[in-house]
Every structure is written in C-alpha cells, then in structure tokens.
Design a protein around this ligand. Structure first.
Ligand SMILES: NC(=O)c1ccc[n+]([C@@H]2O[C@H](COP(=O)([O-])OP(=O)(O)OC[C@H]3O[C@@H](n4cnc5c(N)ncnc54)[C@H](OP(=O)(O)O)[C@@H]3O)[C@@H](O)[C@H]2O)c1
Length: 305
C-alpha cells in the first residue's frame, strides 16, 4: 500500500511541485485546502481555519501530514490586518491540526512543517545555525509562534520535523520571477546596500528535503532548508542578470525608496540572513543545486531569457 501524504496549502508553489515529486515516487497525495476544487488533480479535503473546521476524513486518510499553509508573506502590504492573517493562517491552522489529531482515531506517523529562516531576524554577515539566537522582528515572531504550534504535535508523541526554508527558487512563482522582472526590463539593480545575505534553496531540493524528512526517521526537530552557499543580494542580482544575458545598468535601489514603496514589508528583502546548511548535510542529504549559478541555469538556460 502506498503511503498517504496530506499536504496543507498543497495548491501553492511548493505544494504543487512537492505533490508531483511525491506521486513520481509512488506516494498517494491529498490536499487540505480552503477550497475543494473539482478541478484539482488531487483528492482535496476542506478546512476552514477561522471556523475551526477540518473534514475529519483528512486526518484519518493520512500517514504523514506536511504543513505548508499560510497567507503569502510578500503578497500584500503589511497592514495590521494582513499581519494578523500572516500569523493566524499558520498558527491557528497548526493548532487546528493538533486538536484534530487529539480527538480523532488516526494512523498519522509524523508531521513535517514548514517554517522560515526569517526566524533568525537580520543576522548581518554572521553565519547562523539552528542553535543560534532567534530574532525579534515581525517575521521572526511569526515563525516562533508557527514552530511552537507545530511542536505541540511532537509533545503529543508524533515525530515532528520543522524545515526552516530559505528563499525557494522556482520559475513558477515566489521570489525569483519578482527579482527577475526588473532585470528583464533593463532596470535591475542590487536592493539597499546589496550586502545583505540571501540564503536560497532550489525548489526541487526543498521538495526532496520534505520527502527525506518523511522517509528518514533520524529527522526529528528543526533543520535549516537552505543550499550550502548563500550569496549577497549584489552577487545574486549579478548572477541572475548574467544567466538572463542582461546588463545591470542602474545603481543600487536605496533603502529609503524600498521603505517608501513597501513599508514594513521591505524587511523581507533588506534583512540579511546567512544561514548554515550543515545540520542537513550531516544527515547525509545531498543537494542537487549547491551553487546559485547551477540553480539559476536550471531555470533560465532554457527559454526564459
Ligand atoms: N516560497 C518561499 O520562498 C518560502 C520561503 C520560506 C518559507 N515558506 C513557507 O512555506 C510555505 C509554503 O510556501 P509556498 O511558497 O508554497 O506558499 P504559497 O504558494 O503562498 O502557498 C501557500 C498555500 O497556503 C494556503 N493559504 C494561503 N493563504 C491562506 C490563508 N490565509 N489561510 C490558510 N491557508 C492559506 C493556500 O492553499 P489553499 O488555497 O489550497 O488553502 C496556498 O496555496 C508557506 O507557509 C511559506 O511561508 C516559503
């Protein structure tokens, strides 16, 4: 019998690719979603986080749960209401999963939850590991609350893995197309000082890591999900322009301009996070994309120039 994986937020960027990769490897996949679309390729159970509702069949279906759901951090301006949504969509959803696991007879063997390297705050040039001090800005507080809510499942006796994702690189969405757009329009430039570190991971490596966390029982606790070689924003912008065969003509985009346009959300692109992949490497996991040029080539060497 193939193992059954229930993915919350499975319709998103990571969930879509992860679902394909799981199916290719012989798993059965279902999504737990706010909308049960008839057109989804996957069996879809519905939940309503605000109403505290989950279709109980979702929990009885699953051998493993992968928790990805959350309101997009970079999608909208950070009003107080949006910030509440960013927090509650992650924390209330994990609380709901936990409550449902407590009250339902089930055969779930583990929970793998996403988190983000934003938990470290702005760490400058300092290389941070899973043991490092955590930050205290908005995203760090969100991640701390998100991890604490996921961690309840561990306290209830299920194997729990938390993957602190770096910037997930994909040509289908997320940060990369947004960073590429100005370069494509001949208006690419480093952001702020350009010295802030960007700890990235290729989407296929991120998904392989989720699958590994399901399969390998030594995985337990918190892991950074980043490639081994983070780069500065300046290096990232230069590398991206190179693979797109575009010149970088503009000077840096000053920090005050980013603050003006983005408000507090500018934290997302101005905070420096130089994050270590050592703990994951020590498990024996090997990255297909260790260096940024290899990762970018996989997207842009083809047609997207
Ligand atoms: N992509 C990255 O670079 C990155 C980096 C660090 C961390 N992460 C984290 O990894 C997770 C998955 O990332 P992703 O890029 O795949 O995200 P995504 O494309 O934005 O997808 C997230 C999914 O969450 C669900 N969702 C959206 N708004 C929601 C809300 N208000 N309440 C409940 N569910 C909501 C949606 O699924 P339904 O519509 O089916 O409900 C959506 O498809 C996210 O939690 C994200 O914060 C991502």
């Amino acid at each position: 019998m193939p193992e059954k994986i229930l993915i919350t937020g499975g319709s998103g960027l990571i969930g879509t690719r992860l679902s394909e990769m799981l199916i290719d490897q012989g798993y059965e996949v279902a999504h737990l979603s706010r909308n049960s679309s008839k057109f989804s390729k996957y069996k879809t159970f519905r939940w309503d986080i605000k109403e505290g509702y989950i279709d109980d069949n979702a929990i009885t279906y699953a051998d493993y749960i992968i928790h990805l759901a959350g309101a997009g951090v970079a999608d909208e301006k950070w009003t107080e209401e949006r910030k509440r949504e960013i927090l509650k969509s992650r924390v209330d959803s994990a609380n709901l999963l936990y409550a449902c696991l407590q009250k339902t007879e089930h055969h779930v063997k583990g929970l793998i939850s996403a988190s983000a390297i934003g938990i470290y705050g702005d760490t400058g040039d300092h290389l941070v590991s899973e043991e490092s001090i955590l930050g205290d800005d908005f995203l760090a507080e969100v991640c701390k609350a998100w991890e604490a809510s996921a961690w309840q499942v561990k306290n209830a006796g299920l194997r729990t893995v938390i993957l602190r994702l770096g910037i997930v690189l994909s040509d289908k969405g997320g940060a990369l197309p947004q960073l590429a757009r100005p370069i494509k329009m001949m208006a690419g430039a480093p952001l702020g000082t350009g010295n802030q570190y960007m700890s990235w991971i290729h989407i296929d490596d991120a998904c392989r890591l989720f699958i590994r966390a399901v399969e390998d029982y030594q995985f337990e606790g918190v892991y950074n999900a980043v490639a081994p070689h983070p780069v500065t924003n300046k290096e990232f912008t230069k590398e991206l322009a190179e693979v797109m065969h575009k010149p970088l003509v503009l000077p840096k985009v000053p920090e005050f301009a980013l603050n003006l346009v983005l408000g507090q959300k500018s934290e997302v692109i101005l905070a420096s996070q130089r994050v270590s992949a050592n703990k994951v490497i020590q498990t024996g996991f090997t990255f297909e994309y260790n260096y940024l040029d290899e990762a970018l080539d996989s997207f842009y060497d083809k047609e997207l120039k």
